[in-house]
Each structure stands twice: as C-alpha cells, then as structure tokens.
Ligand binder design. Sequence first.
Ligand code: MGD
Ligand code: MGD
Ligand code: SF4
Ligand code: MO
Length: 729
Amino acid sequence: MDPMTTRNLLRTCPLCEAVCGLELTVDADDHVTGVRGDRQDPFSHGFLCPKGASLGHLDEDPDRLTEPMIRDRATGAWRTASWAAAFEFIAAHVPADGGRSAALYFGNPNAHTVAGALYLPVLLRALGTRNLFSASTADQMPKQVASGLMFGDPLTVPVPDLDRTDYLLMLGANPLESNGSLCTAPDYPGRIKALRRRGGRFVVVDPRRTRTAKQADEHIFVRPGSDAYLLFGIVHTLFAEQLTTVRVEVTGLDEIRAAAAPFTPEVVAARTGVPAATVVRLARELAGAPTAAVYARIGTCTAEFGTVTQWLVDVVNVLTGNLDSPGGAMWATPAALGIVRSRPFRLGRWTSRVRALPEAMGEFPVATLADEIQTPGEGQIRWLVTVAGNPVLSAPNGARLDRALAGLDFMVSVDRYLNETTRHADVILPPPRTLQSPHYDFALLAFAVRNYARYSPPLVALGDRPSESEVVARLALALTGQRPEPGADALAAVDELVIVGTLHKAGMPERRGDLLGANTTEQRLDLMLRLGPYGEWNPDALPTPYGPLNLRVLLDNPHGIDLGPLRPRLPEVLRTASRAVDLAPEPLLADVARLTSRLGDAAPDVVLIGRRQLRSNNSWMHNVATLVGGSNRCTLHVHPDDVSRLGLGEHAVVKSAAGALVVAVEPNGDIMPGVVSLPHGWGHADTASQTVASAHAGVNANVLTDDSVVDVPSGNAVFNGVPVTLSPA
Ligand SMILES: Nc1nc2c(c(=O)[nH]1)N[C@H]1C(S)=C(S)[C@@H](COP(=O)(O)OP(=O)(O)OC[C@H]3O[C@@H](n4cnc5c(=O)[nH]c(N)nc54)[C@H](O)[C@@H]3O)O[C@H]1N2
Ligand SMILES: Nc1nc2c(c(=O)[nH]1)N[C@H]1C(S)=C(S)[C@@H](COP(=O)(O)OP(=O)(O)OC[C@H]3O[C@@H](n4cnc5c(=O)[nH]c(N)nc54)[C@H](O)[C@@H]3O)O[C@H]1N2
Ligand code: SF4
Ligand SMILES: [Mo]
C-alpha cells in the first residue's frame, strides 16, 4: 500500500452497541482498504469483531442503494430518480389527509445514527400521528417500562458495573455473540475474563449452553419464558432468610414482600426447571457477595412476562444493597445533555384502536401494526413511513405484516437496501455511506459501563447527495406536501428551532453565536455537551481531565475521552412522585396475577427460542460474503434426544399458532431438551436485489412467532417460549 495515497481515519463502529473505536485505512478513491481496532480508544482499547472488520464491505456492497428508487405501482418496476424528483414524487403522491391514516416505523439502526437520534421527532411532528411503532417493542420496551415505573424515567436504565462487580448473574443475554446490549461495553469477552481473573463469580441463566455460558463459573438451564418465576423465588428467599440490605430510599417494600410470598423456591422450581436448592443458593450468593449485579436482556425481554422480569431484576439489585453502588447496578453519566423530564413516567396514556393496547413511551406495539393496517374503520392505517427497519423479518407474524404492507396505499422507506420490507414502498431514499455520516452515540452512551465520549465527523465528503439527517428533514416537508429546496436548509431550519429553544430554556439566548461546529448538527452536539453534566456552560459541572466539555474537546481527542468509572446518581436521576425507588408499582403488581395464573400451565412439548450469531446483525448483514456461511447459517438447533424422539431427519416441519416452516435441523447438545432455537433476520426474499443474501436465504423465524401474544404492560413482542410442534419433513 502506498502511504502517499492511503490515509488512516478514526471512527466509531456503528454496527452494534459496543461502540468500538476503529482505525480505517482509506485509499485515494475513498475505498476502505483496512480496518483495525483503535488501540488508543480509552474504552475499547483496540477491540474489533468480525462485523467491525467488514465495515468496508458493508459500506461498498454493490447492492447497497445509492440513489432514490421509485416503484411503478402498475408494473412493479423500479427506477432510479434524482433527489429532487424523489421528493417531488412524494409531495405529489402522499395522501392529503393531514397524516390521519399515516404511521411511522423506526428500526434498530436508528439507535446508532445521528439522524436517528436527532431528527426522527421531525417526522413525527410533521405527521402529527399517534401511530408510532418501532423495533423497541420487539426488543427492550419491558426494561424501559419497568425503569419508568420504578425510577420515574424510562431512559433511566441501570447497567451492571461490569468492571468492578464481584458477582454477575446474567439471564437471557449472550454478549460473546451480541457484544452486549443495554450494557455498552466494548470487548465484553475481555471484561468477563477480567471479572473472573479478579476472583469474581459469573453465573449465566439460559436455555442454551451458549458461548457466554461456557465462559461462566456456572450455567443454569431455565425453561424459556420462566425467568420471572425464578427471580420471584430469589426475592422470596431474600425476605424469608432476612438477607435484605436496602441502602436506597424506597417505597413498596411491604407490597413486594407480599407479592413474592407465594413464590417459594419449591413452587418456582417446578415451573422453571431450576432446582429449589439452586434458587436458594443464588439468593444467598447475591446477598453475600461484596458487590453483585443482576442483568437480564433480550431472552427475557421478548417473553410473555418481560416487564415483570425486568422489574424483578432491579428489585433484587435493590434488596441486596447493590443498586447505585460501585460493583452493583449503576447509571452512566453521559456527556451530552439528554431529554430532561420533570414529570413521572406514565403508561397507557392512550390505547391502540383495534386491540386497545396501551401506548408506552408514545409508541404502540409493533405486534399490532398489521391489525391497524388490515382492520377497516375510522383511523385505519393506509400509509406508512419506515426508517431503517425491516419489520417483515423482525416483527412477530412477519408473514402477515408482509401481506398488510402489500395492501397499503402509499409507503416511503429510508433504507440502504431494497429488501423484504422496502420492496413494498413507493419510494426508497437511501442513506449515504457510513463514512459520509458523522457519529456520536447519543443513545448508547447512557448505558455505558464507563463514562466515555467520542465524536467522529464525516470522513468522506457527501458530494451532491444529502446526509441522512437532511433526507429525514426534507422528507418531513415532502410528507406535508411541501417542495423543499435542495441543500441543507431544511435541516438548518429544524436545528435552529431546537438550538434557540434549548438556549432559551437554559436562560442563555445570547449564547447562540458562541456555538462551535461545521454545521448546525455539530452545533447541536456542542450545545448538548456544554449544557451536559461536564459542560462548559453548566455551573455545577463535574470536573474532567480535559477541562469543561464542548465540541472542541472531542475534536481535539479523536480517540475518545475517558470520563471515569460509573458514579452514584441517586436521588438526582429519580422522577417518581415520591422521589424514592418504587419497588411495587401498581401496573406491575397487577401483572403478577397473570403470572400466578400461569404457574400451573402444562409445559408445551416443544418451545421455540431465538439466537444471535456473531457475524450477523438482525436482518441486514447477510449480503456480505465474509459475514455469511460457516457457522452463520439459518438452522434449527434441536437436542439430539429430541431429534431421535421425534424421528427428525435433515429437515423438519415446525408449526406454531401463527404459521409453519420447513427448516434445516442441526442437532445440538447445548440446548435444553424440549427447546429448539432458530435465529431471526433470515428468510430473504428473492428480489434479486440482495444477491448474496438471496443465495443464503434461510427462513423467517417470525413466520412462527405470534402477534396475538404480547407482554401485557409493555406490549412487547414475544419471541421466546413460543409453543411449536415438530415433525419430519
Ligand atoms: N424472532 C425474533 N425476532 C426479533 C428478535 C429476536 O431476537 N427474535 N430481535 C428483535 C430485535 S432485538 C430488534 S432490535 C429487531 C430489529 O428490527 P428492525 O430494526 O426492523 O430490523 P433490522 O433487521 O435491524 O433492519 C434494519 C434495516 O435498516 C437498514 N439500515 C441499516 N443501516 C442503516 C442506516 O444507516 N440508515 C438507514 N436508513 N437504514 C439502515 C437495513 O437495510 C434494514 O432494512 O428485530 C427483532 N426481531
Ligand atoms: N452478532 C450480533 N450482535 C448483535 C445482534 C445480532 O443480531 N448479531 N443484534 C443486536 C441487537 S438488536 C440486540 S437487541 C442485542 C441483544 O443482545 P443479547 O441480549 O445478548 O442477545 P442474544 O445473543 O440473542 O442472547 C439472548 C439469549 O437469551 C437466551 N434465551 C432465550 N429465551 C430465554 C428465556 O426465556 N430465558 C433466558 N434466561 N434466556 C433465554 C437465548 O438462548 C440467548 O442465548 O444484540 C445486538 N448485537
Ligand atoms: S463489537 Fe460491535 S462496535 Fe465493536 S467492532 Fe464489533 S460490531 Fe463494531
Ligand atoms: Mo435489538
């Protein structure tokens, strides 16, 4: 490689929640020729996974859309269009109903982009609709609802203090494959090793002996969907054996004791498959460890009692004296000022039209999107905007959603691919290359296990195409029938409103001219840093080794800045009316009755769960040759005993209440008998638009998951513990 023509550039990896620092080698034509972990990043220390290593391939995938696409409804044919023509087409064809029959769906990558963090509210405002759906209700909504009810703020989500804890109890997470979630921790594998090296104990609860479980001191099999019972057994034992040490202000202690009373270790053992003696021992170990943290993730969120489970996780953290305490479950102090809430979180302020499901955080469950599209009547959804989402593959009963989307009157997608979802759109607006986008982790740094910040400006010029933020801002105008001028004006107008409003609220309107940044997006970041907990304009700012924070500090430290270990944040973060941690919120106590009523249910013969794969990310990384094949296949893991008991061959027919699939069977001794596992995000459509992915199509696991079943308090989708029957194909 000629050093005269290549250059090394720094950027945060946007591909998962670990936020690793990357060092990219880029040639004279702006192609990525090398990716290394950035050793000088104070948080990731050079860690890199196979996905990060493929950033260049993803960025330059020949099937990635680079120009807007318009579909001819009569023939189904796609044509490329200029940006001006695409926005003109939208303005001319959008149903002129003031957004009354419109809906929005925001997908997972929005958690990783500046456009997703700062500009999606513009779309919501433009449409003035309550029909907001996102991947959150197929993911972490139970944790947010539980946190909202216990702490008063659904964004106040505690994370395990991974680097200092003496004891980590992990349920339903597999960070050796996922690299961590709602627990931003680059090099999770190394952090787990360090925990064990310093004499800590690591216990994993999972129906599969995962790669993570194999790193643990102890792995405990649990029946899918039964974690709430297990945690109630632990809470019961803590009270019964007088092991509780409550160190924070709480309300509801008597109520939670009473709620846990029926869940003796013996009672929960029968339902969970975890022996009573193990339940008791876990309670004693958690109470006896110098510090301990309970952490539960997607395997427990996307289950029928997701919210109750997430609630009990933090009840145990409180009862063992570990909430908000070093080595326990703590909150990050992110550098950029977040949304400041004054009033306590409320759930179910309005309900959905068809199934009367409660909203959570202003969203309806994605499990009811198809109902709202297919059920006639006043308020029926007739048109849809998706941004960075592929709900046909990611939402429960995806096959039904596929049919529902085909019947819409109008659809626009902002997406990098023509895929199973976006093929139903009238217009697809692609984001630019990753290297052309700025990066700051507005969302994920709030869940980091260490306080840290890093900003990456765009590395490659946009040329004459818009940034993703500008695409969203211009789309908002086009959706209201306006014809925005090309250029960054639509974006600047949005930013100006936010900046002026924020400065006004902070009582410093005269500071507008002092903001740094090459554009208004950067000026917004500068403002959020200056007003944030370490900020130059915050009179109570925490000290940092870099001085008071503003954008200049981040630009001068392109490897990122270390803001120290997590620090106690109670009572400052609480927004409950009592200004205490509420251990027994009413909506959660109410759901305990449902839990109790299901205690004696006969276990289905076989239940389905999911699994994540290291070289994958939900549905959209199967079009890069280095990321598919090998172990990364869409197979059904079945215990060898079940394979012979059910007489299965190479393929099996799997049936559920929602649908049926023929799947490739892979006997696997690491899964519990009676449980089978199928990864999601496969089942690629043969659209000829994703050549590698269609050659490795696999099947859509969400043909089997049932959209009529949700976690009641949060409305979250249920992907784990789905009853199925298996027969030879
Ligand atoms: N059965 C089962 N189903 C599941 C899960 C499970 O465990 N089991 N997990 C659930 C979870 S946790 C989640 S988060 C959801 C994910 O649900 P979704 O977010 O709906 O699905 P993704 O597959 O992440 O789709 C992301 C889309 O964004 C596009 N994209 C990628 N990068 C960008 C970008 O920078 N800009 C834009 N505009 N588009 C981009 C991709 O092309 C793709 O179309 O799936 C859920 N579904
Ligand atoms: N490589 C890779 N990384 C990813 C993703 C990806 O698709 N691939 N997706 C990203 C996204 S969107 C998210 S949300 C995160 C998720 O990150 P994680 O939460 O770590 O997700 P998983 O790896 O699916 O681990 C979930 C585990 O739960 C187990 N499980 C299933 N049902 C139950 C149950 O009822 N009880 C218990 N205790 N365990 C159960 C499964 O066997 C599995 O091992 O990962 C992110 N990172
Ligand atoms: S672990 Fe996540 S953030 Fe780190 S390199 Fe891999 S995909 Fe990127
Ligand atoms: Mo997710």
